[in-house]
Design a protein around this ligand. Structure first.
Ligand code: ZN
Ligand code: FE
Length: 760
């Protein structure tokens, strides 16, 4: 046995992230006892500080255990461990204690995100005789609304919307009792105090249990009911009745985009979807995101819910009210209450106005606890064996997404136009906002400006640098210009790649592959199929797919068939379609045309050429349906031909031969699913080929993949293993979405290093 293990060392551990109000200190105490560690743990500012004394092996086991098993609601952003030999003057303490909190507020104070109702509260909720039996607002220190009820920092009763409800004597006694689970639970209330349910519906208003009964009855009949949630209202209806879902589509003005379904229990989800252990952990976590799961073929969920998608967005209830509701109704479609393209409705008056204007909506189940912050449900999916965001919002926001080490200026990045998020950075922490949505309406722009103001106040950050997109006409760009701060303009695809670099705090150069629909290039053309050599200090465009002339209007972007005609014209093919000459003439005369390397539009075009989907009624629909068609093909499929050429400055990958082959094979009547799969293989092969050439030329062995096209699971799962096998280190977004929702993080990361010079 080595003598080293008998030496006592001291470890000073500083942990930041979501580590307060989530049972972190008792957890550390347990692990200290388990490993024979002496010392103390205490809250210090927004951090947790541990002084741990023990031998090297038990100290290591202690630290590993904390990182591995930290409590459900917690999230560790940085874990700083400094080990020193014990100075002779310092004695090992006799035991391990939870010490009094330090009032030092110098650490990063982070507001906690909203937490799903916990098991203990659920038990009380359904136990007759409990003071909180059937209380739709039950919560404790480990669960309940947080960020969504927060008016200002710090997170105390008087600063949240629960301050509208004075505590009764019973709740107050628990609140002040240090041995109680509800000690300092800011959202505590019971049946004797706290908010009250209400129902407003056709000819009937009710409150309390009657309100819930009305909602249940209507939902069981297939009606649509609005239900107040955490960060806004949901529109709910049965997922088993096609006519309900169809009515909901009319109500929302949403033709084809799949709806998510809330199930009352995990076992119920498993009846309808395949669930792997990682997905199970996501579904049951305190963040309760919607998880895109493979739908079972025998699922009785109506076709109208997710249409042609092979996935079903499933999630579990996270408020006590949802738990009570679903216990009676069973699974419900739960989609954000708003007309398509507008922000989610959070205020009661606004909801009632919406109700009055929509005959399809039967009623509104509401209550008088105010929602202070608009938060959509988060959406995640598993790809390559780990979870990825599709949308980062409720449950995750406002937690910092990543940490890049101390220093750097305070940065405010303003995001792109679509799927907008903004991001604040201070002291090396990056705080992306919840997804605000597309800034195409006056309403969304109003919410956007409010969100920026709110974030600045909440984190009390005075930005020294603003960052925006290169595109001059983005609402976010114009807003950035109005701030009067030093402004850094960042190319869109560079920001995509930087979002991956930010997550891993990477400062060296990587090969960045950014595939998406559209982004303003540095040469005045529209980019979207890019191979960049990038570090946070700058980038060069080392490769791209070949530029094609497209029709440029926003309307044309949605028309996959128009993109198809443009690609066919580029390939010298004249399809026998009456509409082709019109498109051809527009291209020839340069009527509202653009030159673009958009990979997204190539996917749209192939979808249309194969007769799968011709028009997108939601972003990416043509491409999504192409992917679903490819997934239906079971068998081997080879890549189609393409070429890569090299000029002095960059490599160009030309897909003309591939497009020709797709067109000719489709005309011969070959299976569109088979051809869809061959197209995916082609893009995957092309990506790997380009990376190999770039590695040879630039001697860089890391590849970062980002951009909306990389939400395509077939593409990712085809490409990543091949890159890895070729010896590349492959980086994908894990903390923000690869789509435009991640742009603000990338912008902020670049902004953080702006002016600090290159470290290359
Ligand atoms: Zn609880
Ligand atoms: Fe993009």
């Amino acid at each position: 046995m080595d003598t080293e293990q008998n030496v006592t060392q001291k470890a000073v551990i500083k942990i930041s992230g979501i580590v307060q109000g989530v049972g972190f200190r008792p957890f550390v105490l347990r692990y200290a006892d388990k490993n024979g560690i002496k010392g103390f743990v205490r809250n210090e500012g927004g951090q947790v500080l541990i002084h741990a004394f023990g031998n090297p092996r038990s100290l290591a086991a202690f630290a590993d255990g904390i990182l591995r098993d930290s409590p459900a609601g917690s999230r560790i952003i940085s874990f700083d461990k400094r080990i020193s030999e014990l100075p002779p003057s310092e004695l090992t303490p006799p035991g391990f204690i939870i010490a009094k909190s330090s009032a030092d507020l110098s650490g990063e104070v982070m507001p906690t995100p909203d937490l799903a109702v916990c098991g203990d509260c659920l038990k009380e909720l359904f136990t007759k005789g409990d003071p909180r039996y059937r209380n739709p607002f039950i919560s404790c220190t480990l669960c309940g609304p947080r960020f969504s009820v927060l008016r200002r920092m710090p997170y105390d009763r008087e600063n949240i919307s629960m301050s509208d409800f004075p505590m009764c004597g019973f709740c107050a006694s628990q609140y002040h009792d240090e041995s109680d689970r509800r000690c300092h639970a800011q959202t505590v209330c019971c049946n004797g105090c706290g908010p009250v349910l209400g129902f407003v519906g056709a000819g009937c208003t009710a409150s309390g249990e009657k309100a819930l009964e009305n909602a249940v009855r209507a939902l069981k009949k297939g009606q649509i009911v609005a239900v107040k949630g955490i960060g806004g209202y949901h529109l709910a209806c049965s997922p088993f009745l096609g006519f309900s879902a169809d009515k909901l589509r009319i109500l929302k003005g949403r033709e084809h985009k799949p709806f998510a379904v809330m199930f009352s229990e995990l076992s119920e989800i498993k009846e309808h979807c395949e669930v792997n252990p990682g997905e199970e952990a996501l579904l049951c976590g305190s963040e309760r995101p919607i998880v895109l799961l493979k739908r079972r073929e025998n699922s009785s969920v109506s076709e109208s819910v997710s249409l042609k998608s092979r996935f079903l967005g499933a999630f579990l209830p996270y408020t006590p009210l949802q738990c009570m509701l679903l216990k009676e109704t069973g699974p419900l479609i739960m989609t954000s209450a708003n007309a398509t393209g507008l922000p989610i409705i959070k205020d009661d008056e606004e909801m009632l106005r919406f109700y009055n204007g929509h005959d399809e909506l039967f009623g509104v189940l509401l209550h008088d606890r105010k929602i202070e912050r608009r938060l959509d449900d988060s959406v995640m999916a598993f790809a390559c064996g780990f979870p990825q965001f599709v949308r980062r919002a409720r449950g995750f926001v406002p937690t910092a997404a990543c940490y890049s080490g101390e220093g750097g200026p305070a940065v405010l990045s303003l995001g792109p136009q679509q799927k907008n998020t903004v991001c604040l950075s201070k002291n090396g922490y990056f705080y992306p906002s919840a997804e605000i949505g597309d800034l195409d309406t006056a309403e969304a722009c109003g919410v956007y400006r409010g969100a920026v103001r709110d974030m600045r106040e909440l984190f009390s950050i005075k930005p020294e640098v603003a960052v925006c997109d290169l595109h001059p006409d983005y609402e976010s760009t114009r807003f950035a210009e109005s701030l009067g701060l030093p402004l850094v303009r960042v190319q869109h695809h560079f920001a995509h790649i930087a979002s991956v670099l930010a997550e891993e705090n990477i400062k060296e150069r990587v090969i960045g592959v950014a595939f998406d629909g559209t982004g303003c290039g540095t040469d005045g053309t529209v980019w979207g199929g890019e191979f960049l050599i990038a570090s946070p200090f700058g980038f060069s465009r080392a490769g791209h797919i070949s530029p094609v002339k497209f029709l440029g209007s926003d309307e044309s972007v949605k028309q996959g068939w128009k993109s198809a005609f443009c690609l066919l014209a580029h390939a010298g093919i004249t399809p026998s379609d009456g509409r082709f000459p019109v498109v051809e003439a527009a291209l020839k005369n340069g009527v509202n045309t653009i030159i673009s390397t958009s990979m997204g539009r190539v996917f749209d075009a192939v979808s249309s050429i194969l007769g799968i989907c011709h028009v997108s009624t939601y972003e990416g629909q043509c491409a999504v349906e192409l992917e679903n068609a490819a997934a239906r093909y079971r068998g081997d499929a080879e890549a189609l031909p393409y070429t890569i050429s090299e000029s002095e400055t960059a490599f160009t990958a030309d897909l003309t031969q591939c497009i020709k082959a797709v067109y000719e094979s489709a005309n011969k009547g070959l299976d569109p699913c088979f051809l869809a799969m061959r197209f995916h293989k082609t893009v995957s092969r092309l990506t790997v080929d380009m990376c190999l050439k770039l590695r040879q030329k630039y001697k860089i062995g890391s590849v970062a993949l980002s951009g909306g096209v990389f939400q395509n699971r077939i593409l990712v799962e085809d490409t990543v293993p091949v890159l890895k096998k070729a010896g590349f280190r492959v980086l994908l977004n894990k903390k923000v979405p690869p789509n435009d929702g991640g742009i603000s993080l990338g912008q902020a990361y670049i902004g953080r290093f702006a002016g600090s010079g290159s470290e290359e």
